[in-house]
Write a protein that binds this ligand. Sequence first.
Ligand code: SAM
Length: 275
Amino acid sequence: MSDIEQVPPGVDASVPSPARMYDYFLGGTENFEVDRLAAEKVRESVPEAEDAAWANRGFLQRAVSWLAGKGVRQFIDIGAGLPSRNNTHDAAQAVAPDARVLYIDNDPIVRVHAEKLLAGSSGTAFITGDFRDPDGILGHPETLATIDFDEPVALLLVALTHFVADDDDPWGLIRRYMDRLVPDSYLALSAATHDRHTERSVQGIKEVYSRSSAGVHTRTRAEIERYFDGLEIVPPYDGAPATLAYAGEWAADDVDAADSDGSRWSYCAVARKTQ
Ligand SMILES: C[S@@+](CC[C@H](N)C(=O)[O-])C[C@H]1O[C@@H](n2cnc3c(N)ncnc32)[C@H](O)[C@@H]1O
């Protein structure tokens, strides 16, 4: 998808979209000229942008496999983005073929993509929805048809919350979702940080995204840690620290090799609701 003539109904190809820019960084084709130009502008400030996207993607896949291995059979993936390969249902169903995944995104391009990608797959559903509207998402008929709220659920907020402003209170929103889930449910989250990055590169990214359909709000480790308040952060393997990790490091086979510049753009963790 690269010509303006091929723009699907409801999709605005005149403004860069974070979902399409991410797709571009991951080598996908669901993006337009305006997205590629914006992504290349990001790369001018952050040469390791592509590595950052892949490191984040790796966290998502490892976290979902880990959760399925712990017996979780239901996933709510908000800000799904739906790149072409190795999505949440692929990772979950590779471990547990009966796993169900509800994908949600607020970008119309993701719906178009989901209709193609998920056609014929079992145990998946997609709704267009906004993370900032928990009642709309949790009460949506498709949600209620897909998710059994009497059983544990993994809420996936992967590379999403940095598109949510402080004024929208992402911390309070997460609590509202987690309050709806039974004990032994999980939160898996990654989020962009400006810790240990230069002012120049952080401002460079913010400037590009301020001209996209969603501004970016990088945060400190302490601010990202607060997303997990009231939950128990779990170690990815015995002996690993139960704290935030950089995206590439979480459950990595080779932690030293995974500790790349791109990986250090995101903190992540998986946490369990204990009560
Ligand atoms: C960087 S992509 C992450 C995709 C996937 N979660 C991953 O980590 O591989 C961020 C996605 O969040 C979506 N998004 C941004 N703000 C959102 C909101 N308020 N509600 C729902 N989705 C949102 C974007 O459209 C985009 O698809």
